[in-house]
Ligand binder design. Structure first.
Ligand code: MN
Length: 246
């Protein structure tokens, strides 16, 4: 009896082990590995909310096109660029960013496009569901910008000053939070960035992010966007960048 029970338990344990080995991600969420440590081939992750979840701040059609078409194109074109540059296949996104000036525009634009949009989707949430900055993050924002409101105004002003397409960022650099912008799909992890640092939060300044709803009114988009910032999620890259125990 004991032997049969033991054999049964052994078989059950084996089945669990086999299942876990065959499909380690089946029941657990993916590990929180910073995207800059990922290697290709890359895939487009589903949005963490429905495409209509950010209404009325970001409309459904914009979300569908932005995620399903624009971000998908960056992923598809990044994989094609890596196929065309076999020496890059074993490099992480972070390594590609660190040496980005050596590579052609397809690598730079699509690697940036994929990384930037992945952070963007993660750090948004339906209106009213984004929580608030943690006490540590809020204190750091107040220390570096004077007040939370001053930070928001400075972030919007920087977004307005960026000429043409690009991104406005909150970054951790020189042991403090700073605001910077990058053109096109560049980001502050890239060696070519005017100001390098670790991105905490980024807003997309391309017209494809806002023109269906706001036409040319980037200011209206920037001012309204705070309602969908996911401060709970923003805290994670901040803690990682600033090495605050979380
Ligand atoms: Mn975009």
């Amino acid at each position: 009896m004991k032997r049969i029970l033991a054999a049964g338990l052994g078989a059950a344990l084996l089945a669990v082990l086999v299942a876990a080995t065959a499909n380690p991600g089946a029941s657990a969420p993916p590990p929180d590995i910073p995207l800059e440590q990922h290697k290709g081939p890359y895939t487009l992750a589903p949005l963490p909310y429905a495409t209509d979840a950010l209404n009325p701040v970001i409309d459904t059609a914009t979300m569908e096109i932005h995620h399903g078409k624009h971000h998908q194109a960056y992923v598809t074109n990044l994989n094609a660029a890596l196929e065309a540059n076999p020496a890059l296949k074993d490099k992480t996104l972070g390594e590609i960013f660190a040496g980005v000036s050596q590579y052609d525009a397809a690598v730079r634009n699509n690697a940036g496009g994929h990384w930037n949009h992945t952070l963007f989707w993660r750090t948004m949430a339906p209106p009213g569901k984004g929580g608030a900055p943690s006490e540590v993050l809020r204190a750091q924002i107040e220390k570096d910008f004077g007040s939370f409101d001053a930070f928001r105004k400075a972030f919007q002003a920087a977004g307005m000053k960026q000429f043409g397409a690009g991104w406005v960022w909150l970054i951790w650099a020189d042991e403090r939070l700073q605001i910077t912008t990058t053109p096109n799909q560049d980001n502050p992890l890239m060696a070519v960035a005017a100001k390098r640092g670790k991105p905490i939060l980024g807003n997309d300044l391309w017209e494809h992010a806002y023109s269906l709803k706001h036409q040319n009114r980037r200011d209206a988009y920037l001012a309204g966007w705070w309602d969908v910032v996911n401060w709970t999620e923003v805290t994670r890259p901040f803690y990682r960048a600033a090495a605050v125990p979380g």
